[in-house]
Write a protein that binds this ligand. Sequence first.
Ligand code: ADP
Ligand code: MG
Length: 695
Amino acid sequence: MKDIPNMFGSQVFNDTVMKARLPKDTYKALKKTIEQGTHLELDVANVVANAMKDWATENGATHFTHWFQPMTGITAEKHDSFISPSNDGKIIMEFSGKELVRGEPDASSFPSGGLRATFEARGYTVWDTTSYAFIKDGTLCIPTAFCSYSGEALDKKTPLLRSMQAIDKQAMRILKLFGNTTAKRVITTVGPEQEYFLVDKEVYLKRPDLVNCGRTLFGARPPKGQELDDHYFGNLKPRVSAFMKELDEELWKLGILAKTKHNEVAPAQHELAPIFTTTNIATDHNQLTMELMKSIANSHGLVCLLHEKPFAGVNGSGKHNNWSISTDTGVNLLEPGDTPFENAQFLLFLVAVIKAVDDYQDLLRVSVASAGNDHRLGANEAPPAIVSMFLGDELTEILEAIETDSSYKNKRKHQMEIGATVLPHFPKDTTDRNRTSPFAFTGNKFEFRMLGSNFSIAGPNIVLNSIVAEVLSQFADKLEKSNNFKSDLDALIQSTMKQHKRIIFNGNNYSDEWVTEAEERGLLNLKNTVETLPTFILPKNVEMFCKHNVFTEAEMHSRYEILLENYVKTIHIEALTLIDLVKKEILPSSISYQNELITLITGKKSCGIEEQPELNIAKKLAKSTTCLYKELEELEAAVLNAKLINDSLELAKYYHDFVFLAITQLRIVIDELETMISKKHWGLPTYAELLYSVN
Ligand code: ADP
Ligand code: MG
């Protein structure tokens, strides 16, 4: 048996290590910086850096890096060794406070959406003291934020930290109104459930579309898909089990609370869920989890696919962002309480989230928009593109009773008068909760289910924290002026419910009826990324983010440009990959099979054999191949014509309306051909081979 408690966090410069290794004063000063965000003096930083270096080298590290999250979606690192020449021609291992606190990576090739052009060419990284340093692969990694010289955020972490400050500030105002004097800070917590596919590496390498694009661009449906639901929670195959075991151990060493793992619905699909933690750390940990999934899979001869939709006709992979708000004293503010007083506070936070989701449906939708996720959201699978909330019947009835000033009859048929300050005993059982809802209340937290498996959770949580901060600030503005707190509170909860109940939907989100009903309710249905992105920079959204100092207007425009650019690049790469595959593999397969058939047909004819089923096959093949060639030309023309468009939004629209469409049409012909061509001539692994490649 491995000593897991000892293994846990062994690669992390955490509080225990700091306490043991830092002089008392230094430890205190650092703690103050971590908890209150106070400035860290250079002499203190020098002592911390030296202790970190000693600890890291004792644990086998030779290098250090500022680890950051640029807007590429993955993490970046540039490694420097600790070595420094000494006078006697030898070296010593050195690491200064300056190197710890601030770095200057050559950042010119990270996306900035035009920010660097207007400001400074270079960027710098600053230590995020709220996230512990750790050792990965012999390198001491220091979590950092990445900014331009003029202080504009060039990464995902900076705005996330700002959004956490915003919700802290506004939620504290509310807690004060309820007479809370013990809480010093309010934090948001997140537990992201991560889905992924595992395929055999050798099979994977034979599919250039998977290698280049992370998803298959063609592939006929396998005879057996997920119809039988026999994979969900099924036994783990030995190779998968070995992978998961190593992954758990490596995550634990990094102090990541990997908790549950199981098979998912689709063949070859799995899930990992950690125990929740502070949003900032959960974000760093989720990035590390995705990175480790890929590298550990590789060492097991496997490939971990994090694309949102690697296979058509098979469930895609999402990420469930479980989110809640709590005080630094550990009180979950979305947990219904035992006393009417606690319940009033719970209800106020609950209706704040309801109003926030309704007012900013567009921003939540933007936070999960990407070319990859377009294959999931609204495309006949979990969840739809319409943002709505599930509260469960019981809680919905309670809120309806509050809204209409009527009495509430609970399951046990007890009649009770209810105002905002009286919440009848509310069962926290979440077993019958709705799995089709994009945003579900699950007893003491919300589960935002629209994220794609590939996403950094930073974006969605920046939005969640900010929009809830905005509503809390509106509530605080009202209630702080109140002369009768209790009755104004009741009135506020009631009027908020009246205005925003349209966002609550407890039914089946996949049904066509919901699409119609949502439209009647005036809810947004932003069907794809290109339709969605422009809402990001609507004046109301710019105003909200700027008010809470989460983004500047320039930062928002730069992010908008990057998102458009990413969309275009993704579809462009898919188009070029498919064109290449058709020319080099698929057309030649079809031609060589036809050739074989025609040789046979001619041979049979010369021998006077009348039965010629091959003739039919050859004719059908010839027809499909003509189609294939026509669709190929269409796609090539579409890509070529894109060069004429300069405006970034117009270009993204064009890529959606023409290039993506041409890819889809070409795919239909390829999938048909795949079912006709013999195995000998079809060199590419099929869906069945990919999905059942791991034993
Ligand atoms: P599911 O049934 O949806 O698969 P799980 O119970 O497996 O849900 O996962 C729930 C996730 O929610 C876990 O990652 C858990 O740590 C997280 N979670 C629980 N409580 C909170 C909270 N207060 N804040 C944020 N996340 C939470
Ligand atoms: Mg879940």
